[in-house]
Design a protein around this ligand. Structure first.
Ligand code: ADP
Ligand code: MG
Length: 777
């Protein structure tokens, strides 16, 4: 059945050589009870371990059922131990964090026996050793004798052909020893039992055959056996531990050390907590910044005015810190004057701007300095009112359309979405009363955050107002004014000059007269902006276009065009720029005073700028069009700063993450040391190196997931007090927001890092010599 041929096993420790097996040759029968007697240190355990495949011989051969083991690989030995060998140790070597039944099942778990069969066999084995009623207890709830019975049940559960016992009664009292010996004796009826013992009395009483061992050699064999030549008919079934088993083993182990595990998880979660909080904060701040930015952006569209500032020219200011040595002064334009650039906002440019993709800029407001002829009926009397957003001083080019609008004299122009929808006002303005405008002739009143409306705007509506006068919304809504076409408004004198007419009632009835109606009172929604539109009257840019269309072919415009050097109304001589202003006033200009472009998203703004820059490519300086991007300067600073701070904080938190990874490695290493015995037992039961690695990897995985989840939980809990503090300090609400994706990624990172940290100790565990592992008490 089993034969040792000239087995040698030497140990070299320092200068001393121990011959643990010194040329041992012996054969065993298929069924017998062999007792090995001998003094301590004589090599009995070593022999047993070699027979059981727990230890390797240096030379010689171990022949199992006629098969030489010289060519056995690790996997063969693992399978051999699992299939054919049952081990019983002096110190029982039960896995204390598993229940008795789980201990008994472990060998079968490794060889992949089905759950039902495993349970059945384990119960049978426990019944056989007389422990049926203790099945679900834990090992440490049993007496020594009972524990040894469990160990025996574990050894025989898978019905091995060979049972190896190393001083099984060494730790038991004599009465219990007798019981155990009887049990082993019974078991030897069906298999080969090789038992090492100190006790010659027990050996002689129970064993069939006694081998005396000393100094690594067999001194006497009471019943030698010569193994006949045998066919090699030995087959092995490979073992494999499932991931689930590995997890279960580790989970049970961790459960027995709750306090320590929790502390470790907590300590190693600190890195995750740090990173999670930093991310949550930067997330929240970024959101705040984005919101402020998009509000800022709405308040500060990219503006192209008739006169812009060329930033490249502004940059070339005199940076010379020294003093001139010249004995004269030089006349030069100021830097700001030099930077002034007259933009040619001609049709070509307008076309170019209008061709911009709607995705980049949903809203483009083109403001013309067009004058409108306005009349109003109030208390049955008609009167003319001034309503123009031309430069209030009426001179030439409007250098800053924004400024003119803010006077509230003319009212501001809001854009209709380029896809025809009215979302600009709805998005940015709250309706205080009435309705959002829908028709071109609908106009609105824009109030500021204190519900104040520019007094001039109300005057423009033809109201007789005094400072601080209060209006109910209903008194304003529905107010009507009329826009009269040039041909109806002006009349030609016999001299050829034109003058405004004064029969307003008749003008009001003219076919081309439009009635503008105040439909609503609006107020800016955002706290961060004072408004995109000037306080006062606002009307759609379409209205201006329609008025311009009506007037550009009117008699007065044509007359003025024919004679540009003389004012058609006053007869006064005009220079070029006054002529242009007059044409504008008459509603016949083609040149906008300003173009406001509202990028759809803050990020998309750069694309808009790129698009505008492209227009200037290869154009002469005079033909270039420069724009003002006020939002740009604000945002580039805040965004970059935020990123930098986030990176620094994450770097700090990452250091603590690495620290916790090292901690996990240390913990796993401690666990490996602590579980050395278990590793030995698992190996004795046939676990592969891989399986051992798996057990510890499973443990670190549990720790990793645990610390990750704990970290996220704590970080999440921290966001509440942090938000309260931030709210008090900065007035910003809900800044710290943990992004669920960040949370998931962080848990994964924690798991992966701890797995990495724990993997090296896990490999070390796997490499542990099973024989040595089991020797460690
Ligand atoms: P026994 O079981 O008969 O008491 P062992 O087989 O345990 O004896 O040991 C035989 C001899 O081999 C002893 O002298 C022991 O010190 C030595 N020995 C066993 N294992 C090792 C080892 N891993 N390294 C060095 N010496 C060892
Ligand atoms: Mg021993």
């Amino acid at each position: 059945m089993l034969e040792l041929k000239h087995i040698k096993k030497y140990y070299h420790v320092g200068d001393t050589l121990t011959k643990a097996q010194d040329d041992v040759s012996v054969a065993f029968r298929k069924q017998e009870f062999v007792a090995i007697l001998g003094p301590s240190g004589s090599g009995k355990t070593t022999m047993l371990n070699i027979i059981g495949g727990l230890d390797r011989y240096d030379s010689g051969d171990l022949i199992i059922k006629g098969k030489s083991t010289k060519t056995f690989k690790d996997a063969d030995w693992d399978a051999y131990r699992n299939n054919s060998i049952g081990f019983i140790f002096q110190s029982y070597n039960l896995i204390t964090h598993l229940s008795i039944i789980d201990n008994v099942e472990m060998g079968m778990t490794l060889s992949g026996v089905s759950a039902a069969e495993k349970r059945k066999k384990a119960e049978d084995a426990l019944i056989r050793v007389g422990l049926k009623e203790h099945m679900h207890k834990n090992p440490n709830q049993l007496s020594g004798g009972q524990m040894q019975r469990v160990a025996i049940a574990r050894a025989i559960a898978n019905d091995p052909e060979i049972l190896l016992a190393d001083e099984p009664t060494g730790a038991l009292d004599s009465e219990t020893s007798e019981e155990i010996m009887q049990l082993i004796k019974d078991l030897s009826k069906e298999r080969l039992v090789v038992m090492v013992t100190h006790n010659p009395d027990l050996a002689h009483k129970y064993a069939d055959r006694i081998i005396d061992f000393a100094d690594g050699q067999i001194q006497h064999d009471s019943h030698p056996h010569v193994e006949g030549d045998k066919e090699d008919n030995f087959e092995l079934k490979r073992t494999k531990m499932s991931y689930f088993t590995a997890l279960k083993l580790s989970w049970n182990n961790i459960r027995t050390k709750k306090g320590r595990t929790f502390l470790t998880m907590f300590a190693s979660s600190i890195g995750i907590i740090g990173i999670a909080i930093v991310l949550a904060l930067s997330n929240g701040f970024q959101k705040q910044i984005d919101q402020t930015q998009s509000e800022t952006m709405a308040a500060m569209p990219i503006t192209v005015s008739q006169v812009g500032n060329d930033p490249s020219a502004l940059a070339q200011q005199n940076n010379n810190k020294g003093f001139s040595k010249h004995k004269y002064v030089t006349a030069e334009q100021s830097a700001t004057d030099k930077a002034q650039h007259v933009n040619k906002l001609n049709d070509k440019y307008l076309d170019y701007v209008n061709k911009m993709s709607k995705k980049k800029a949903k809203n483009i407001a083109v403001t013309y300095g067009t004058g409108m002829n306005l009349i109003r009926e109030s208390d049955g009397k008609w009167q003319a009112i001034k309503f123009s957003n031309a430069n209030p001083n009426g001179k030439g080019i409007d250098a800053s359309a924004m400024m003119a609008q803010s006077t509230g004299v003319g009212g501001s122009v809001y854009p209709i979405d380029r896809n025809g929808k009215q979302s600009f006002l709805k998005k940015n303005y709250k309706l205080l009363s009435g309705a959002y405008p829908t028709k071109t002739t609908d106009i609105v009143l824009v109030a500021d955050r204190d519900n104040v409306v520019n007094i001039n705007a109300l005057r423009n509506l033809g109201m007789k107002v005094s400072e601080k006068q209060k209006y109910n919304y209903k008194d304003l809504i529905g107010t009507k004014i009329q826009v009269v076409a040039n041909n109806d408004y002006y009349q030609q004198l016999p001299t050829g000059n034109y003058i405004p007419g004064n029969n307003y009632a008749q003008m009001a009835k003219a076919g081309n007269t439009k009635t503008l109606r105040v439909t609503g009172v609006l107020r800016i929604k955002s706290k961060n902006s004072d408004g995109l539109l000037a306080n006062g009257i606002a009307y759609s840019d379409r209205l201006t276009k329609e008025v311009m269309n009506d007037n550009k072919t009117s008699a007065i415009v044509q007359a003025q065009e024919k004679n540009p050097s003389k004012n058609i109304m006053t007869g006064a001589a005009m220079d070029e720029s006054t002529a242009a202003a007059t044409m504008t006033m008459l509603g016949a200009t083609k040149t906008p005073t300003s173009i406001q472009i509202y990028p759809t998203t803050f990020k998309g703004k750069d694309k808009v700028l790129d698009y505008l820059d492209k227009y200037n490519k290869g154009k002469s300086k005079a033909n270039k069009v420069v724009y003002t991007d006020m939002a740009g300067t604000v945002s580039s600073m805040t965004g970059g700063l935020m990123d930098a701070i986030t990176y620094v904080l994450i770097a700090f938190a990452a250091i603590s993450l690495v620290t916790s990874m090292i901690m996990i490695a240390i913990l796993t290493y401690t666990s490996v040391l602590e579980r050395t015995k278990e590793i030995g037992v698992l190996k004795a039961l046939g676990a592969r190196k891989k399986d051992i690695t798996r057990v510890f990897d499973a443990e670190t995985a549990i720790l990793g997931v645990g610390s990750g989840l704990l970290g996220i939980l704590i970080a999440w809990l921290c966001t509440f007090p942090i938000n309260i503090v931030l709210k008090n300090v900065t007035g910003l609400a809900g800044v710290a927001v943990l992004n669920p994706i960040h949370a998931i990624v962080l848990v994964i990172i924690a798991t992966v890092l701890t797995l990495l940290g724990g993997h090296i100790p896990a490999r070390m565990a796997a490499k542990k010599d099973a024989a040595i592992a089991l020797r460690s008490a």
